[in-house]
Structures are given as C-alpha cells and as structure tokens.
Design a protein around this ligand. Sequence first.
Ligand code: PCA
Length: 213
Amino acid sequence: MRTVLLTGFEPFDQDSVNPSWEAVRQLDGVQLDDDVRIVAHRLPCAFATAGECLARLIDELHPAMVIATGLGPGRSDISFERVAININDARIPDNLGEQPIDTAVVTGGPAAYFTTLPIKAMVKAVREAGIAASVSQTAGTFVCNQVFYLLQHALTGTSVRSGFIHVPLLPEQVTEAQRPSMELNTLVTGLQAAVLAAWHTTVDAKEAGGQVS
Ligand code: PCA
C-alpha cells in the first residue's frame, strides 16, 4: 500500500481551530486507488519544530506524494501555491514565541523552489466540483512557507512530488462580515478533488493561472 501524506497545521495566533487540519483529518484513510491511500498528520505551527516533524513523517512513511496545507486568513478560495521562497519574515510570533525576521529557511539554499504538483490540473478539478480555487504566487513568509520550502528542499531530485495548499477561514472564525470564509464540508470536498487530480495527473494542464500585478 502506498501513501499520500497530507498535513494540516495546529491552530495559531489565538485561533482555537485551524481549518487545514480540520479538513485533512477527515481525509485520513481515504483510498485514492487500489493501492494508494491518504495518511493525514498535524504539524506544529512553530519554526523550530514544524520542519523536523515533517522530515520525521517522510522518513517513517516513505510517502509517494506529499501535500501540505495551512490556513491563509484572508484567502477567499482554495489556493495552490506555485513557489516557496528561502526567507522567514514573521509578522506575528509562532506558537513557541519565535518571530524570525529576514532569516533564511536554509542557509545557502536556492532562493526558491517551485511546486512539483500539477497545480493547474488541481485548480481545474476543484472548480469542476463547483468550488472556488486558484493558483497563488506567494505562500507568505511565515511557518507555511518555511514548511513548503523545507518540503521541496528535502524531496528535490526524487520522484516524490510535493507542494502546498492554503485554505480560507471557516465561517465561525470570521467576525468581520467582509472577511472571506469557506464551509468545512466544501474544504474537504475540494481538497479531496485536488489530491485525486494530483495523483492521477502526470503532465499538468496548460491553463492561464497567473496574475497581472
Ligand atoms: N498558516 C500559517 C502557518 C500555519 C497555518 O495554518 C501560514 O500561512 O504561514
């Protein structure tokens, strides 16, 4: 049996839930094919421990694909990250009180890594399920970007594809009316469609997903 490792994060910044973990935990054990299933794990929201935790999971599980997810407060759709950059610049402290400013994720590492997931096909699959999705050109500079960078760094040169997805807040987390959110069930359905598309797509779709600045 092969494994697709799906991770979500613990809550951070005074939130009591993190929709990324609430959604991926519901996909734990889901079968993608006869011999492939999703295994879901939660990562700590801390610069010092998140990467270690992910590295341990990769060592133990030998996954055939890895998709990390996190909350992007302010995101209005399921967003598929294109690029991880080699910088930590935290606007708020992480869950261990650490707030790195302008430090490298990996000293001497490349400036950036691209996702190795077929993100255009994944966006398409989620939209076909009637759920809002887009390509995102930045994963931020907090713990999610760090984990995304470390993930791509660890798997570079292997055949294991990997990447990162940001999800919106849940409706119950939104106090100001104008902040976007997405229902948990919608997130679960969207993420499942995305993971399935990733698993079954080797050559990405050629569809516009960029932005004019
Ligand atoms: N979102 C944060 C870190 C953990 C999470 O779920 C981020 O976007 O960096």
